[in-house]
Design a protein around this ligand. Structure first.
Ligand code: KG4
Ligand code: ZN
Length: 361
């Protein structure tokens, strides 16, 4: 089964063609990083406008790269949410129109279900990744999300925790901005932190006053961000830190952020009694996080699975992959046709992934 997928939830305009949920035949992405870089973060209105400009060429490119026509495709998948509503609507409208015009089923996908699925993707000719066994625990960590999930089956995902304030990627982006370093902050911070001492400054780990079951699994990054800002202000007489002082500050910040992610993920895996963990989302590109997570989980006898870097950040291949299980069911029940409900589908900007049936529809 070949699925054409569209993803426009944030600042990447992406299309892909994915076969049987794992083989990526094409996945062009038009990135808007330069458009938003001068503002230090994503400007929603500019994101929507650029999606409008880029989406049709990107879809054409996906078909061209894969050497396929509409007769070869079985379904259209699209990110229905969560994300910036104006940005989501562009992808959804295009997906609806194409599915209608070419009489294909339209499969809505939750953006996070996409991130969690990225670990199964590969190119034709490359070995298929072993992938995690079910059930497993997954950490989705990006500029918009930091949450733990228990993944029972490809379509039954339960959220175990969430961030109570900022996402981890947002903290990297904001710290980068405080130091006048650029956007997105994650890769810049990681690079500059390499020559720093992660033990130079001890930043505190969050503690929640409530003792609820999620208190030990939830995340918080705003305190860490404020602690970095306080440090910068305390040393303001010397100007913004540079050289070794900046490297030490960034390495210490990164250590604190990574520690928080690793400690809570290990805890969730132990509580759930699983042998596999998936790490996904833009922050999963971070080499220090990957290493410390793999080492920490190995101590517990747990195997870490991380998607290839290209599929860690936002892309449509993960959406086409995650859509497969739902598309198969849909075709089996209703045939390989467009349905009138497909035309009425709306975007869900704040789509919460808390019921299994909500993963992709
Ligand atoms: O998944 P993604 O492309 O978009 C969202 O859904 O948010 O993630 C982008 C986020 C940004 O905050 C970026 O700073 C962060 O991922 N990121 C990193 C690294 N590469 C990207 N954070 C830390 N270290 C990295 N190497
Ligand atoms: Zn994302």
């Amino acid at each position: 089964m070949k699925i054409l997928a569209i993803e426009t939830s944030c600042d990447e305009t992406a299309a892909a063609i994915v076969e049987d949920g794992h083989r990526v035949l094409a996945d062009p992405v038009a990135t808007q990083i330069e458009v938003h870089a001068r503002y230090g973060g994503v400007v929603p209105e500019l994101a929507s406008r650029n999606h409008v400009v880029d989406i049709v060429p990107v879809v054409r490119q996906a078909l061209g790269d894969a050497g396929l026509g509409w007769a070869d495709l079985d379904a259209v998948a699209v990110t229905r949410g969560p994300g910036l509503v104006g940005a989501l609507l562009v992808g959804l409208q295009v997906a609806k129109s194409l599915a209608f015009a070419h009489d294909k089923p339209l499969v809505p996908v939750h953006h996070l279900a996409g991130h969690l699925h990225a670990v199964f993707l590969h190119r034709p000719g490359e070995p298929r990744p072993a992938g995690p066994a079910y059930p497993h625990v997954a950490l989705a960590v990006s500029g918009g999300h930091t949450a733990l999930y228990r993944v029972e089956t490809p379509t039954a995902v339960y959220q175990l925790s969430n961030t109570r304030d900022d996402a981890a990627g947002e903290a990297f982006d904001k710290v980068s901005r405080m130091l006048g370093l650029g956007y997105p902050g994650g890769p810049i911070v990681e690079k500059l932190a390499r020559s720093g001492d992660p033990e130079a400054i001890r930043f505190p780990q969050p503690r929640f006053k409530d003792g609820g079951p999620r208190a030990r699994l939830d995340f918080s990054f705003s305190g860490l961000k404020t602690a970095v800002l306080t440090w910068i202000k305390r040393h303001a007489a010397e100007g913004l830190p540079e050289g070794q002082a900046r490297a030490d500050l960034l390495a210490s910040f990164q250590r604190a952020a990574v520690d928080q992610l690793v400690v809570r993920t290990r805890r969730a895996a132990a509580q759930a009694g699983v042998g596999d963990v998936v790490l996904s989302g833009g922050v999963a590109c971070n080499g220090v996080l990957r290493q410390r997570m793999a080492d920490g989980l190995a101590e517990d006898g747990v195997t870490l699975h991380v998607p290839r870097p290209r599929w860690c950040t936002d892309n449509a291949a993960m959406i086409g992959g995650a859509a497969f299980a739902v598309a198969e069911r849909r075709v089996a029940e209703h045939g390989p046709r467009h349905a009138p409900e497909d035309r009425r589908m709306t975007a869900i900007a704040a789509w919460r992934l808390h019921r299994p049936e909500q993963v992709a529809g």
